[in-house]
Ligand binder design. Structure first.
Ligand SMILES: *Cc1c(COP(=O)(O)O)cnc(C)c1O
Length: 464
């Protein structure tokens, strides 16, 4: 046993339905080989996402019963506000029903067409909300952050030299710099405190505010404690306070490190920004003391934000994900290293070198994991990102990954072992997997609704 066992016991159980091989085969065919179209109650281990899938604690459920559903001035709001101020340190706390609304409120108030927003790597909804204002989303992660086999301990770092260059050239068009902790789109990789300090220094020199995308702040701060010299004896909570002291605000999806199923917030120091955003909040989300949530939800978030900083929990959480990664690595399965905070990413290019990216090797692996084992993973590769350029030539993404995202406090280590054994079995018989082709695709975000079919053995030579 290389990491702590579950620091909780089970009080309520949600039975899982075991679905036969025949039923899974029928369901995945009916779904057009698209895992998004398979009903969740036909899945045994669901690793589609860690977002909104956490199990709440008895303390959180007890808090739900203390919900004060007053339209204005709910006591749960004050508890929520006090907790956010205590951990994040920002003055103005604006509740929203999830993270992307915090992004939308911030960007639609502050950005204008032609602006540029740098980030280590923008998460999908962040990028889309920046672009929705006619602004440009620029990724400035360090070079190691894009190399799957690099073992850099802080692959989420933003390159301060690239940032300085951008701000020198285009400073007037950059209303804010963002920093995502951990870097979700780069494999859940952490950002170091030294990097936060360096980014802050560049921002101060160019007089640009620094806003954190704080979704997985506790996981990031745990990595700082474990990996960064000088932090071994600091509590994760004190590391979080130090980290946010370098920022001017944050956006947050509480569906991640808030340990709840719905919720989010925006927290800011700037009075003028907060005022303008609050006016918009009232227009589209709700009154400032509930912002699209029920009083009971605010109570659950306030309690979740404290629980997520518990170091027994974090050691188990990060350890469980790392353990899944280790089981795979020990069997020779190619994965992104080091393992990130919330997910293991299988490198489908190296897993299925004989299936070209035009035949969706990542999706072929996703289909096999469901059909033969009842596991739901998600492709983060050519099905999600390949697009024709101006000349009509399809451009394939550099990374072809399959993400195994681990929900918080939901699955046991035995479930992780089942997942590892299943992936390893597919790996041992990988020559049986066939390439896929699209039979339907939507014009945008096609991976959600695409339909595919397997390419028959006899056609393979011709298709390649
Ligand atoms: C999930 C996520 C968001 C968006 O939050 P939602 O609650 O899904 O709207 C933004 N940034 C990052 C890094 C995320 O992981």
């Amino acid at each position: 046993m290389r990491f702590p066992a579950e620091p909780f016991r089970i009080k309520v159980v949600e039975p899982l339905r075991r679905v036969s091989q025949e039923e899974r085969e029928r369901l995945i065919l009916e779904a057009g080989l698209n895992i998004f179209a398979v009903p969740a109650d036909s899945i045994y281990v669901d690793l589609l996402t860690d977002s909104g899938t956490s199990a709440m604690s008895d303390q959180q459920w007890a808090g739900m019963m203390l919900g004060d559903e007053s339209y204005a001035g709910s006591k749960n709001f004050y508890h929520f506000e006090k907790t956010v101020r205590e951990i994040f340190g920002f003055r103005h706390v604006i509740p929203t029903h999830q993270g992307r609304v915090a992004e939308n409120l911030l960007f639609s108030t502050i950005l204008k067409a032609g602006d540029v927003v740098p980030n280590n790597i923008h998460f999908d909804t962040t990028r889309a909300n920046v672009q929705h204002q006619g602004a440009e989303a620029v990724d400035l992660v360090i070079d190691e952050g894009l190399v799957p086999a690099s073992t850099h301990p802080f692959k989420g770092n933003l390159d301060p030299v690239k940032l300085d260059r951008l701000l020198t050239e285009k400073g007037a068009c950059v209303p804010m710099v963002m920093l995502t902790v951990t870097n979700n789109s780069g494999g859940g990789q952490p950002v170091s405190m030294a990097n936060v300090r360096a980014v802050r220094e560049v921002c101060t020199r160019h007089q640009v505010p620094l806003i954190f995308d704080a979704c997985r702040f506790a996981e990031n701060c745990f990595f700082i404690q474990q990996r960064e010299p000088g932090y071994a004896n600091h509590s994760v909570e004190s590391i979080a306070k130090e980290l946010f002291s370098f920022g001017d605000g944050c956006t947050m999806s509480a569906k991640k490190d808030g340990l709840v199923n719905i919720g989010g917030f925006l927290a800011l120091n700037d009075e003028d920004w907060a005022k303008r955003i609050t006016n918009l909040l009232i227009l589209i989300e709700g009154f400032p003391t509930y912002g699209g949530l029920a009083g009971r939800d605010l109570e659950a978030i306030a309690r979740g934000l404290k629980e997520v900083l518990n170091e027994d929990y974090l050691a188990f959480r990060i350890g469980q994900v790392a353990h899944l990664g280790e089981l795979l690595m020990n069997a020779g399965v190619p994965i992104v290293t080091p393992v990130g905070g919330h997910a293991v990413y299988v490198d489908a290019k190296r897993f299925l070198p004989d299936i070209p990216q035009s035949q969706f090797p990542g999706q072929a692996l996703v289909v096999a994991l469901y059909r033969d084992y009842g596991i739901r993973a998600v492709e983060v590769g050519s099905l999600m990102f390949a697009q024709p350029d101006a000349s009509g030539t399809v451009q394939y993404p550099q990374l072809e990954l399959v993400r195994l995202a681990v929900p918080r406090r939901v699955y046991t280590t035995e479930h992780m072992r089942y997942v590892a054994e299943s992936v390893i079995e597919v790996f041992e018989h990988r020559d049986r997997l066939k390439g896929l082709r699209l039979t339907y695709e939507a014009p945008v975000l096609r991976h959600f609704t695409a339909r595919l079919e397997e390419i028959a053995e006899t056609e393979v030579g011709a298709a390649r």
